[in-house]
Design a binder for this molecule. Structure first.
Ligand SMILES: Cc1ncc(COP(=O)(O)O)c(C=O)c1O
Length: 287
């Protein structure tokens, strides 16, 4: 099962040519450079004395689950990062256009981030929210200052999956409804509710997944209604009318589908869905 899962993920991603950080030929048959020259960068990576890529790969196969397999036959062994660059075990530099699946948003090892982490780590690494510490409140307050309207309380989670599970749970508890609408080709995580909301066969296991309805994907390139966002939104209304008691707990979608191939939703889709969900007198959550 895991092999099948891994194989199909690799296959799809390769088909979409998500070959970020893959190794490519550096020169043609006549020895002419194919790759553009990297600009000067003053950082010199620390000489690497750790295990080789092949050794790591061999041990990963034994000690990590196969579903965490790398996407490449010869994956890079990335040993250091500095701002927008990554370095492999031989000190070769790569421009990182991926940022840890878009999670390293201010560059690798930004000095301010390193300093904050080191300072806190030296003082205190972990207690629990059962006691007081100013750091968590400082951070929540700083985030709240950027939130719109009355949104003030911050619930910290450890991953996208956890954040989305929480959002779905809050929507269900607040509205007293179980039904949620998500869109086909969306990805929302890999726990019970988020796997249900996810709508890509290669990211789903055959376990009970209830209360999610998958609406048509408003994909302006391949979708049945082209870029007519309002027509796709009508499908959401039909799902509410024909697939639920007339009310839903919420709607979840990526503003731009990421794992599904970097697809922007058709224009006017989200505002139209927003008013449909609002009319169903329940709550809207989006990510
Ligand atoms: C849109 C979206 N939602 C949720 C997740 C799940 O996040 P995590 O892997 O941190 O659980 C991802 C991960 O790629 C994602 O792209």
């Amino acid at each position: 099962m895991q092999r099948l899962y891994q194989h199909s993920v690799c296959h799809r991603l390769l088909r979409w040519q998500l070959r970020l950080l893959s190794t490519v030929a550096r020169s043609n048959e006549d020895g002419v450079d194919l790759l553009p020259k990297m600009p000067f960068f003053s950082h010199i990576p620390t000489p690497y004395g750790g295990p080789s890529a092949s050794d790591i790969l061999k041990r990963r196969k034994v000690y990590l689950p196969t579903c965490l397999g790398p996407f490449y036959t010869h994956p890079l062994n990335l040993v250091e990062g500095k701002m927008q660059y990554l370095f492999d075990e031989n000190g070769r530099r790569y421009l990182d256009a991926f940022g840890g699946i878009a999670t390293v948003s201010c560059g690798h090892c930004h000095p301010d981030v390193v300093e904050a982490i080191v300072n806190q780590t030296r003082l205190l690494q972990h207690t629990t929210v059962l006691y007081l510490n100013h750091a968590v409140v400082d951070f929540a307050e700083a985030l709240a200052a950027k939130l719109p309207g009355e949104l003030k309380a911050v619930f910290f989670t450890n991953s996208g999956t956890e954040a989305n599970e929480l959002a779905l749970m809050i929507a269900r508890l607040y509205t007293g409804c179980h039904d949620i609408i998500s869109i086909r080709n969306g990805y929302h995580g890999n726990a019970t509710s988020t796997m249900a909301a996810t709508a890509q066969f290669f990211h789903k296991f055959n376990v009970v997944q209830t209360g999610i309805h998958h609406a048509l994907n408003p994909d302006p390139y391949r979708g049945v209604f082209g870029s007519d966002g309002v027509k796709y939104a009508n499908d959401v209304q039909e799902i509410i009318d024909y697939g639920t008691c007339g009310h839903v707990a919420g709607f979840i979608a990526e503003a731009i589908q990421g794992v599904g191939g970097v697809i922007e939703l058709a224009p006017d889709y989200l505002p139209a869905v927003y008013s449909i969900i609002k009319k169903s007198r329940r709550t809207l959550y989006s990510r």
